[in-house]
Design a protein. Structure first.
Length: 221
């Protein structure tokens, strides 16, 4: 499906997200809700056309993407946040919308996705996001992170190899992962040891009606 094609009528009926308009969502996001909602609406409107999400995702924008991304925020410490492989802006633009006082750098190698990130940030009033085109291993000379985050990019061992050079001396990482996170962390133990990092798996809750998200944090040993 190209960017100029419309979503077929039979798929538009999927955009009945059960959390759309739920007052619990607005309460959860508080002062940041307007920016977050603007991004959620833009993603629902443009995400399929621009190849950022699949058509079947339209019924769960809030649960699967927005709240899932928001779950990592309590683990982001202080300082500059770098979202590696930002793609559709998940979690980077959600984080930036929720933490307007923080600088959030969105690192993304694909030109069409960096164009989307620029556009989405501008249209949603997210002015603390900086978009950098490139892979993590290509931007280490120009980007320094106090916290690195990523969602659905690669395994933990690969992320550490790519992202450790971006970290400040006291930097940390917080990755959004699935249920196999403990096994993935175990497989990465030698890479973590070489990088001087210690891993921990967390169940990160958002709404009571939404299943907790798994967050893996990596901190200096």
């Amino acid at each position: 499906m190209s960017e100029n094609e419309e979503v077929p009528a039979e798929l538009r009926t999927l955009a009945n997200d059960p959390l759309e308009g739920d007052p619990a969502v607005a309460e959860f996001f508080g002062d940041s809700f307007e920016r977050v909602e603007s991004f959620a609406n833009l993603l629902a409107d443009q995400g399929v056309l621009r190849g950022l999400i699949g058509p079947r995702e339209l019924t769960r924008i809030w649960e699967r993407h927005i709240l899932n991304s928001a779950a990592v925020v309590p683990f982001l410490g202080t300082g500059t946040i770098v979202d590696v492989g930002s793609g559709a802006g998940l979690p980077g633009l959600v984080i930036a919308a929720m933490l307007p006082e923080r600088t959030v750098v969105l690192v993304e190698p694909m030109e069409r996705r960096t164009a989307w990130l620029f556009e989405a940030a501008e249209r949603c009033g997210i002015d603390n996001a900086i978009v950098v085109r490139g892979r993590a291993e290509e931007v280490r000379e120009s980007v320094e992170a106090d916290v690195v985050t990523a969602r659905a990019v690669a395994s933990i061992d690969k992320l550490v190899k790519w992202c450790a050079p971006l970290l400040s001396d006291q930097g940390s990482m917080a990755f959004l992962k699935g249920r196999s996170a403990p096994d993935e962390l175990e497989r990465a133990k030698y890479v973590l040891r070489r990088a001087g990092l210690v891993g921990e798996v967390h169940d990160a809750a958002t709404l009571a009606s939404v299943e907790p998200t798994t967050v893996v944090t990596l901190t200096r040993a």
